[in-house]
Design a protein around this ligand. Sequence first.
Ligand SMILES: [Zn+2]
Length: 686
Amino acid sequence: MKYFRILLLMTIASYAISCGQQGNQKKNDDGNGFKYLTEQFADARILRYQVPGFDSLSLKQKRLIYYLSQAALCGRDVIYDQNYRYNLLIRKTLEVIYENYRGNRNSDDFRSFEVYLKRVWFSNGIHHHYSTDKFVPEFSKEYFSSLLKEVDPASLPLAKGQDVNGFISELTPLIFDAQVASKRVSLDPEKDLILSSASNFYEGVNQHEAEQYYESLKDADRKAGKDTLISYGLNSKLQKENGKIAEHFYRVGGLYSGAIEKIVYWLEKAVPETETPEQKEGLLLLIDYYKTGSLYTWDRYNVAWVKDLNSLVDYVNGFIEVYGDPMAMKGSWESIVNFKDVVATRRTQILSENAQYFEDHSPVDPSFRKKEVRGVTAKVITAAQLGGECHPTTPIGINLPNANWIRKTYGSKSVTIDNITYAYDQASQGNGFLEEFAFSKEEIDRARKFGYLAGNLTTDLHECLGHGSGQLLPGVTAEALKNYHSTIEEARADLFALYYIKDPEMVNLGLIADYETAKAEYDNFMRNGLMTQLVRIQPGKTIEEAHMRDRALIANWVFEKSKGKNIVEKVTREGKTYVHIIDYDKLRWQFGELLKIIQKITSEGNYREARELVEKYAVGVDPVLHKEVLERYKKLNIAPYSGFINPEYTLVVKDDTISDVQIIYPEDFAGQMLRYSKNYSYLPLR
Ligand SMILES: [Zn+2]
């Protein structure tokens, strides 16, 4: 189990809803003049988020946030390089042009150039952050070479002995040829997963060789009596050299040393500012891990981190999620700095205090339930800084650590990031999405009134109970489902949430007043899974991303099994398709049925059944419905993906001591990206 995060869960759906009594007229403003939506280009929009409560933190806590935030920014280049080995070279080239080109900056061509650069920043590279397909510029190769010839060659990242023409020939296919490195993460089971993916975790190594390498490594460790529970391969690149496979670790003195040294520098500054002994111990272990690359230390760090429950300020920093690797082994670098929202955390505390109840009453086969659910600590947090893979696009919920044995023995920390979901909500108000796709006025009203709470509760349930629920049969490992693992895992967590949001216990615990919240979630989930999430898919393409596949799997399966039973139907009115739920209780029962199946597949590690289920329900797209949805969506002029501008922090120094930390909220995405490139670039471009 390694996929514990929600990527922009339903940003278009549930967060296109206004909350509570607020009207839907306000756009892009919280009434205090804070601008949430700053710009839109291609399929992306740029939002800002506020950090409420920052000013009331103690000076020590502010300093801690400041140092951790600096560390969060220092790994930015790592994610670019992990995503694709030429990303840093391409980004640098584009930035040189952007900053130095003195020709006509108002031409259509230059505007297209600007959009392309912004898309590269938005995706941390030349592949779409979500679909992982390579995107190509809308300006011509000729225009690109004319731009390069206009700028001072000395400012370009030329290779040794290379002239501008040579540089142009090197870069042109990398940028313009859609067939070169066409996909960052390919999950096509018919192909070699590694060779068909452009991500930079393996070089000269194919899937079979990588599998063999780690199998024999594990074997050798087992024979030597070593702990084999570590996350093999998490922090390294496999590379074939002179016919032999070498594993290069990300650490000080190893791969990415330039950036990691800086991360360590800021983490060391943070140590004296820690709030608890556990937090201090964790930070010291993390520093040690970055220096040695030892995965044993990484596990010890995670244990310390998960035990630190009393610090207000917390952080994620490391090579963590494995979505970027088709083999689901290599961790992409990420960081989030945050602090607890004490009032809102009460909601998740109630859930985690009752985790055993939910586990015992889950509809899955009793042998797949956890006898004893351990320490699912859940909190609502305020993000203060996003970095690496979590920026500019960010998850809204996280559940870590990923190592199964640590989760089992020590539990995990689950968070919902409320200031981010709030920003989504605010930026989406009144954009017309709900009005276009909801079946009835009743549904719209319900969504307005309960949608925000429903979305947050679903995230809480998904993260703090769903992923932590269930157990694997002895001998089954999380890797058993390979390329289907993440879809199945996300579906499992979603189904757990969907099943329980309509449970009487939720009312008993005072988390919801009645079932209207659950109904709002069901409306939203089915509408999204059957229809509206297709706005993120290009015509002719299939569904690839794990969370989208998970939602399609659930919605399509339930829809098929409901046929003729008056549970859920598709209705056509004036040529437009709508999803209408007839019986919410029966729908809940269907979610429970699918949860049983998915849990069985997970517990038994049944690859064949996972493959059948995913390929049948989660991948394909009905082209006619897809076309209709895209046309309706286009008229609304909403970009389907959101990324964020970070706040920026400055130390206020008086008489050589830090007297305060100031926070500002920049509005210019390009400005922030250029500042980051200027101030936090520590890796070689080639
Ligand atoms: Zn998840």
